[in-house]
Design a protein around this ligand. Structure first.
Ligand SMILES: [Zn+2]
Length: 142
C-alpha cells in the first residue's frame, strides 16, 4: 500500500457561536492541513508512471482550499453569524467573511475539506487539520 501526503498552511480567524470559554472570543490560528491519498498500485504508463498521483496535481487542489480559507474570518451561517457579518460590513474596514453551514471547528472543517477535495476529483483517503501545533483532527471515511 502506498500513501502519499501533501500539506499546506493558511491563516484564518474564526468565531465559535455558542461556545463558553477562552475561545468564545473571535480569534485566529495558523492552520496546517495534511492530505493523504492511498493506492495499492502505481500508474503503469505515461506521465504518471511510478506514481500514485502527481504532487503538482495535489498541490493545485490544495491551493484552492488555501484560497478559500486563507486570511478569512469564518463564521457559522446562523442567526448570530449573520448578525455579526452584517455588523462587520457596516465598518469602514472591509472584512473578508466566509459563512459556512457549520460551527467552524477543526472537526467540521476537516470533514468539509475532505468532501471538497473529493468533489475536485482528488481520491483523498484522509485529511488532518492542525488548529495549533499540538491539536489536530483527522477525518477519514475508511
Ligand atoms: Zn480557535
Amino acid at each position: 500500500m502506498f500513501k502519499v501526503k501533501s500539506q499546506i498552511e493558511f491563516d484564518m480567524a474564526h468565531y465559535l457561536s455558542g461556545y463558553n470559554g477562552k475561545c468564545s472570543n473571535l480569534h485566529g490560528h495558523r492552520y496546517k492541513l495534511i492530505v493523504s491519498i492511498k493506492s495499492e498500485t502505481l500508474h503503469q504508463e505515461g506521465q504518471l508512471r511510478g506514481m500514485v498521483d502527481d504532487f503538482g496535481n495535489i498541490k493545485e487542489k490544495l491551493k484552492e482550499i488555501e484560497d478559500l480559507f486563507d486570511h478569512k474570518l469564518v463564521i457559522e451561517n446562523n442567526e448570530e453569524g449573520l448578525l455579526l457579518s452584517e455588523k462587520l460590513k457596516e465598518l469602514p474596514n472591509s472584512f473578508d467573511v466566509l459563512l459556512v453551514p457549520y460551527r467552524p471547528t477543526a472537526e467540521e472543517m476537516s470533514r468539509d475539506i475532505f468532501h471538497k477535495l473529493k468533489a475536485m476529483g482528488l481520491d483523498v483517503c484522509e485529511v488532518e487539520l492542525f488548529e495549533t501545533p499540538t491539536n489536530s483532527c483527522t477525518y477519514t471515511e475508511d
